[in-house]
Ligand binder design. Structure first.
Ligand code: 13P
Length: 287
């Protein structure tokens, strides 16, 4: 059964570790992440962007697939199915479709509008027992064609949004989606520290987990980050393993053209990446 992300993140914040949000794109992705979480006895959050939801034939298809896998694969660790960077409309669609968690990304609205829309969604999610993530200060980089600059959030604005009763808060601290450029200045721990001081127990969310050095990840967790989003890194591992299979000519040998064989190395590569991240984030054995 899907669960809200509230309990797993409250425990993570108190226990000074982070739960990974791994974005899914298809059946192989979902299965690889769920099986790894189960093997490592780690709680997990499956992230679905609006684009990925559309690709997977709609939110209801995703809910059916994930619920089916939890049952058929015997997954016992806590799993939250979470809309990643949702618009106001997409949040309602996912709530209706059976997601257990949504992110309303109102960071591009003026703060008053972000507050008003987030407040409304807090009430809806609370009534249904779902978790809600809000965002202050746009996360940079490109995601689904939307390009941002990597802002640092205003800690007072973070407090305003946190006080509305959201479950978790994504604050921009110089992080960006996708690969980090060579001249990236690193995370702003000054901003993160100030945000945590203002928001207390609120689990903070670090987006753009791909390519952040291990010491920065650990420091971010020590300063209140309890959820870390990873997407691009699984895509890169999957692509590299698939490339190798084809370049080695394995699709040309015997039944090597079978899609289940072609996708197998990528599947294993995702499992390895997710394992590495869960170990780094400290969520192993916390289910
Ligand atoms: P990366 O693609 O950089 O890992 O970021 C993922 C993310 O933050 C999804 O919201």
């Amino acid at each position: 059964m899907l669960v809200s992300a509230k309990e797993m993140l409250t425990k993570a914040k108190a226990g000074k570790y982070a739960v990974g949000q791994f974005n899914i794109n298809n059946l192989e992705w979902t299965k690889a992440i769920l099986l790894t979480a189960e093997e490592l006895k780690s709680p997990v959050i499956l992230g679905v962007s609006e684009g990925a939801g559309k690709y997977m034939a709609g939110y209801k298809t995703v809910v059916g697939m994930v619920n089916g896998m939890i049952e058929e694969l015997g997954i016992t660790v806590p799993v939250a199915l979470h809309l990643d960077h949702g618009s106001y409309e997409a949040c309602y669609k996912c709530i209706d479709a059976g997601f257990s968690s949504v992110m309303f990304d109102g960071s591009h609205y003026p703060i008053d509008e972000n507050v008003a829309k987030t407040k409304e969604l807090v009430a809806v999610c609370e009534a249904k027992g779902l978790s809600l993530e809000a965002e202050v200060g746009a996360i940079g980089g490109e995601e689904d064609g939307v390009v941002g600059a990597g802002e640092c959030a205003d800690p007072d604005e973070c407090k305003m949004i946190a006080d509305l009763g959201v479950t978790m808060l994504a604050a921009g601290i110089g992080n960006i989606h996708g690969k980090y450029p060579a001249n990236w200045k690193g995370l702003s721990f000054e901003t993160l520290d100030a945000v945590q001081q203002k928001t207390g127990d609120m689990p903070l969310v670090l987006h753009g987990g791909t390519g952040i050095p291990e010491d920065m990840i650990k420091k971010a967790i020590s300063l209140g980050v309890a959820k870390i989003n990873v997407n691009t890194e699984c895509q890169l591992s999957f692509a590299a393993a698939t490339r190798k299979y084809i370049e080695d000519g394995k699709d040309l040998v015997g039944k090597g053209f079978d899609p289940r064989k072609i996708l197998a190395p990528g599947f294993e590569a995702i499992k390895a990446t997710v394992k590495e991240k869960m170990e780094l984030f400290g969520s192993v054995g916390k289910a």
